[in-house]
Design a binder for this molecule. Structure first.
Ligand code: SF4
Ligand code: SF4
Length: 334
């Protein structure tokens, strides 16, 4: 691929009236007559910062203008709560205003899928993503406890696969102690968001039932005292995203508003950590996440890393390494 082909277009705007012009920069006309899953996260119960139905409706209207047949789409999650089962997720979608009346289309929640191999690992891609040729993704960008940033790569890498794969990815990111290297400094215990590690002068102990496999401890040990059980969560996240979107026509819309200190899956996300910035549209998942991160860093330098102790660029770097997309982009402001 030439350097010119590697540079992907990312359109930036602050007024939603420009969404139409933004999507017209990409191949939206090819969505005509297609059934289109609109992949999004409808927010955990009690979360305050998730995507707003009235915003989502703007994207649905754009898809209808080209005679596509959109429906809102997400998958069940691996942890307890309303989003853990299809029926209760539908209830939550209604509670959060994602109704036919408000948004103008149906909601589909999946918990079945088909396997796709990427980099020698199997990922179970949720059925409607697997079966679709055209997908529209709407992502609320915010900090994330395990990946530093939750954006489009996360929307697919965790949100586009079934529970079975989600569990496997988290399980593989749990820490294994390297006894010869550990200096019992206690940093891993300090940064663990789930209080799962105890360190004394000469012992290291993990409460296995408390560990969620976020990988924060491994990322923060500078003595090579911890290794991932299977693989770096940023790497498998990028691979799972590739399993979902490779060879498909996907348009991504990232919302850089209400940029919060934790994910929309966190009922206790509390604070806005960066002023509102605007919206981005692209057809390259790596480019749009890189542009999102750069814009946020321009306003609040390293805010995701400072908030989560995780480097949010890793998923982007791995994504580029495995051919998920390109981190070189041209920002077009409209
Ligand atoms: S951060 Fe690393 S070296 Fe320090 S206690 Fe944890 S595993 Fe050991
Ligand atoms: S993987 Fe996350 S939850 Fe588990 S011990 Fe490490 S920091 Fe704590």
């Amino acid at each position: 691929m030439g350097e010119k082909d590697r540079v992907k277009k990312v359109v930036f705007f602050t007024d939603l009236k420009n969404l139409h012009e933004a999507v017209e920069n990409f191949n939206i006309k090819s969505f005509e007559n297609q059934e289109v899953p609109v992949k999004l996260h409808m927010g955990e119960d009690k979360n305050k910062f998730y995507l707003r139905p009235e915003f989502v409706k703007h994207a649905i209207d754009e898809l209808k203008k080209v005679k596509a047949r959109p429906y809102l789409y997400d998958t069940t999650v691996a942890y307890p709560g309303l989003r853990s089962a299809v029926k209760t997720y539908h209830k939550l979608a209604q509670m959060h205003g994602f109704t036919q009346e408000n948004v103008g289309c149906n909601v589909v929640i999946d918990d079945k899928g088909k396997p796709v191999n990427i980099e020698n690992r199997k990922y179970i891609v949720a059925k409607h993503i697997y079966n679709s040729t055209h997908i529209f993704a709407i992502t609320h960008v915010k900090a994330h406890i395990a990946t530093g940033m939750g954006a489009a790569i996360k929307n697919f890498g965790m949100g586009g696969v079934t529970k079975e794969t989600k569990i496997k990815m988290h399980h593989g990111s749990k820490p294994i102690i390297q006894k010869d290297a550990c200096t019992f400094c206690g940093v891993c215990a300090e940064v663990c968001p789930f209080d799962a590690i105890d360190v004394t002068n000469n012992s290291w102990y993990i409460k296995k039932n408390s560990c969620f496999g976020c990988g924060v401890c491994v990322e923060n040990c500078t003595n090579e005292g911890l290794k991932f059980k299977d693989s770096n969560i940023h790497f498998v996240l990028a691979c799972a995203a590739k399993a979902c979107v490779q060879n498909k026509n996907v348009i991504y819309l990232n919302e850089l508003m209400r940029i919060a200190d934790s994910c929309d899956c966190d009922s206790y996300a509390k604070n806005i950590i960066c002023p509102d910035i605007g919206y981005l549209v692209s057809d390259d998942i790596v480019a749009i996440d890189k542009a999102s991160l750069d814009l946020i860093n321009d306003v609040k330098a390293d805010i995701f890393e400072k908030t989560t102790h995780i480097n949010p660029a890793k998923q982007i770097d791995f994504g580029e390494d495995i051919g998920l997309g390109s981190s070189s982009y041209q920002l077009i402001e409209i």
